[in-house]
Write a protein of this length. Sequence first.
Length: 114
Amino acid sequence: MNTKILSDQEADSVVIFGHADPKKDHSDFFDPLSDFMEEEGVSDIPFLYVNGDKHKWDYDEKFYSRPNFLRIQVEGGTREPPLQITLDNDAASNTKPLSEVFVYDRMLPLTSIG
C-alpha cells in the first residue's frame, strides 16, 4: 500500500466504507490492511471502518487490537434508520479517544416509557 500520504501527515483521519466483515473469505482486503496498520506513522492516525456484512450492530473501538482503529458495523436493510457520523478532525490525534474523533448518531426513535 502507498503510505506517502500518511507518512507525511497529510491525513488527519481515515474513513473506510465497505460491506465485508473481516473473515478468511475476505483476506485479500483485510490482510494487506492489517499489514498497513503496522507501518510507521500509521498508528497515530485515527481510522474508522464502517461495514454491514453481518447485519447486526457492533461498535469496536480497538478493531484488529489497534487503539487507533474503530469499526462500526450497521444492521443494514430497513431495520433501522440511517447512521449519521460526524468527523471532528480537530480532535484527530493519538491523544483523543476515537469516540471524540468519530461521533455517531444511530438516529433511533425515542421510545416512550410507561
